[in-house]
Design a protein around this ligand. Structure first.
Ligand code: UD1
Length: 419
């Protein structure tokens, strides 16, 4: 198992390129199974979750050709139906997209209940409700979801809560259903729009993605095409927050500034300087941070995936701050690790009350999930002395070469094998 050994207190200077969005890639690649032809997909991030998805799509007979470091041709012309293998599917949350994609392609799917980060109960009842409304029979037996339909038919789906995964999954399966599907109370996250744009560029007819009502007019077939994945909002936010936490002057490149507005707004409140350009953003922090309050919300609110990073930032902000998690039931496991580094945080229900301290101190900490892991890396960059972040397998799931990107800005992070 690898760990990061981080020597803290080096300010960050320079520029960093943001990779393609993880949460788009893990939906677009399974959705490519719906296309009877070749999809050329550009800006695919080189991360562990994508490697697992590639193994899964190969399992169904898709052929993958690597064109360059981030471009792949996926040929799904000749596929063979099979159940998704447990050993792969249980490794990531996004394996649920194979239900939508296989249902859309074969009118049947068998996929183990998804794995991924543990933020408490992570139900998929809204996905199942959607598939049923499209005419599928769906059962859950011994941890495996089985769905089957004679043919999928468009229908009206009102989501009981805003779910990114359910919105995308229903959209994928409805792409080739007969008639019109309407998803109401749909999620508006950038990667929902990205998956819709991908499907449309392969011949689908999806309107309204990015609003809370999405209309999908089923088409008979999807055709070959080329598509480029959007930049990762969460990776960009990670580097923005890191620049503010550690101090310095960083330009974050290959981004869509509009997707970063909730982060920009919070950084400005802390006294961090943020300057937006067409496809880059400059973050400078030259003085002490001011406390503020953050509440996670669905897009365009502050993203839950950046909540652990916001908490880390506010550990050294002067005064008292509050961070409230309103999307996931249990996303504060990492706080014990920040406390080991000297943070003064007290959790009451869904709110972390933070009293700013002057400095964090390096020690051994454990990544408890992907974004918590990134937060601990940043805590290590802020801390006095040496921090060892263990269990970085979580971080590799969703960040491409995080240590090289930070080291390119002047950080000192060494990857070592943890015995
Ligand atoms: C996606 C992201 C994840 C992010 C989350 C919220 C991917 C692969 N993962 O996860 O990084 O933290 O969006 O932005 O894109 N819920 C139900 N029933 C359902 C579905 C969801 O009750 O059928 C609840 C969840 O428990 C949670 C909330 O709805 O409280 C939001 O979940 P959802 O948006 O579905 O998250 P994911 O798509 O799994």
């Amino acid at each position: 198992m690898d760990k990061f050994v981080i020597t803290g207190c080096n300010k960050l200077y320079g520029s960093v390129d943001i990779s393609g969005a993880k949460n788009s890639a893990v939906a677009i690649l399974p959705a490519a199974l719906m296309v009877s032809g070749i999809c050329r997909i550009e800006n695919v991030p080189d991360i562990q979750d994508v490697r697992v998805i590639f193994e899964l799509i190969k399992h169904f007979g898709a052929k993958i050709a690597k064109i360059d470091a981030h471009t792949y041709d996926i040929d799904s012309t000749n596929l063979t139906y099979d159940a998704a293998p447990y050993e792969l599917a249980c490794k990531l949350r996004a394996s649920y997209y194979f239900i939508g994609a296989l249902l859309g392609r074969f009118n049947k799917a068998e996929v183990p209940m998804p794995g991924g980060c543990n933020f408490g109960v992570r139900p998929i009842d809204q996905h199942i409700k959607g598939f049923k409304l499209l005419g599928a029979d769906v059962d859950l037996n011994h941890g495996v979801i089985s769905a089957h339909a004679d043919s999928l038919k468009g229908g009206n789906v009102f989501l009981d809560m805003v779910s990114v995964g359910a919105t995308i999954n229903i959209m994928i399966s409805a792409t080739r259903a007969e008639g019109i599907t309407v998803i109401e109370n749909a999620a508006k996250e950038p990667h929902v729009v990205d998956v819709a744009n991908f499907l449309n560029s392969m011949g689908a007819n999806i309107r309204g993605a990015g609003t809370d009502v999405i209309k999908i007019k089923g088409v008979q077939e999807l055709h070959s095409g080329t598509y480029s994945i959007i930049p990762d909002q969460i990776e960009a936010g990670t580097f923005m927050i890191a620049a503010s936490c550690v101090g310095g002057d960083v330009v974050i490149k290959n981004i869509i500034p509009r997707h970063l507005e909730p982060i920009t707004a919070k950084l400005l409140e802390t006294g961090t300087e943020v300057e937006e350009f067409d496809d880059s953003i400059r973050v400078r922090r030259l003085s002490t941070l001011t406390s503020t309050n953050v509440k996670t919300l669905v897009y365009p609110g502050f993203p839950t995936d950046l909540q652990p990073l916001a908490t880390t930032l506010l550990t050294i902000a002067e005064g008292n701050s509050k961070v409230t998690e309103s999307v996931w039931e249990n996303r504060f496991q990492y706080i014990d690790e920040l406390r080991r580094m000297g943070a003064d945080i007290n959790v009451e229900g869904k709110t972390a009350n933070i009293k700013g301290v002057e400095q964090l101190m390096g020690t051994h900490v454990e990544a408890t999930d992907l974004r918590a892991g990134a937060a601990l890396v940043i805590a290590g960059l802020m801390a006095k002395g040496v921090t060892e972040v263990h269990n970085i397998i979580y971080i590799d799931r969703g960040y491409e070469s995080i240590e090289s990107k930070f080291n390119g800005l002047g950080a000192n992070i060494v990857r070592m094998t943890d015995n």
